[in-house]
Design a protein around this ligand. Structure first.
Ligand code: ZN
Length: 288
């Protein structure tokens, strides 16, 4: 695999990559302005393609050029930027938000030995009464109860990335009466302790996955969500059961998860999450 920083990328390629990442370097955890095209490819030369290129910030393109970022991670980052990476066969489109959520619930209920996904806020650690309140308000059962059963099932390996964003806090404050907020916060913190213990960051990391499209990944299925904008709720989805694709998604997730874990090594993820949950009481949250 050769990795090269392109001094003069074709204009079309630059435009395509820019529309993919916007104005944020897609390297995990980075928020710098992307400025340089890095090409990575096996084998023969030719025109650089969208599939084999990434637009990164100055510092990450330098690191990539010096070989300090592995080609595997570059490929994974590029792959995760595509919302529509489902294969031609072995997939079924989920036309509505309801169908998307029902598919995840059903697939978990069938019994899965693993679950990987990204959550905006620690929703699967909320108590039952919160789910009742929320499902009553939206008239739409969610997937959080099923994910919560995975967290409790000894036979299910659950890896979650929590994006603890102000968007979650706003939604919770809208729904929960102020006098119940201390109860909610205490119960979520109790669940965090019960599930993750006091010390470890085992199988959980608090990180902002930025512009990556990370689906829900089960043993034998990947369920991808589509949103019309990053801030709007899921509008539809795609169920993929092709074993190669499921395998790719699991590998990509594990690579990104391991990256976030190494980034925050030494920081207690449990404490970080509790601090975020406590912020529900104070109303302190900055805009996303
Ligand atoms: Zn960067």
């Amino acid at each position: 695999m050769r990795i090269e920083v392109l001094e003069a990328p074709p204009a079309e390629l630059l435009a395509g990559l820019t529309s993919l990442v916007g104005n944020i370097c897609p390297f995990p955890g980075c928020a710098d302005l992307p400025s340089r095209v890095v090409e990575f490819r096996d084998g023969s030369r030719g025109r650089p393609t969208m599939e084999s290129s990434l637009l990164l910030c100055a510092s990450h393109s330098d690191q990539a050029g010096r070989g300090e970022i592995g080609s595997g991670l570059l490929k994974t980052i590029r792959g995760l930027l595509k919302p529509d990476r489902g294969p031609k066969g072995g997939s079924r489109s989920l036309a509505t938000r309801d169908e998307y959520l029902a598919t995840i619930r059903d697939r978990i209920a069938r019994g899965t030995r693993s679950l990987r996904g990204v959550y905006v806020g620690p929703l699967p650690l909320h108590p039952d009464w919160y789910f009742n309140l929320r499902d009553g308000a939206t008239n739409q059962p969610n997937m959080d109860r099923q994910v919560a059963t995975c967290l409790d099932a000894p036979g299910c390996e659950t890896f979650l990335i929590f994006r603890n964003s102000p968007r979650y806090a706003e939604k919770v404050r809208e729904l929960v009466p102020a006098e119940l907020m201390p109860v909610l916060v205490a119960q979520i913190i109790g669940r965090i302790d019960a599930v993750y213990g006091q010390s470890g960051s085992n199988h959980m990391v608090c990180a902002d996955t930025g512009i990556f499209h990370i689906p829900v990944i089960l043993d034998d299925a990947v369920i991808t969500a589509f949103r019309s904008t990053p801030q709007t709720p899921v509008g539809s989805g795609l169920l993929v059961t092709d074993p190669d694709q499921v395998h790719w998604e699991r590998d990509a997730f594990d690579r990104i998860f391991a990256y976030y874990c190494s980034e925050v090594a030494g920081v207690s993820q449990v404490e970080r999450m509790k601090e975020f949950v406590r912020s529900l009481l104070t109303g302190a949250s900055s805009p996303e």
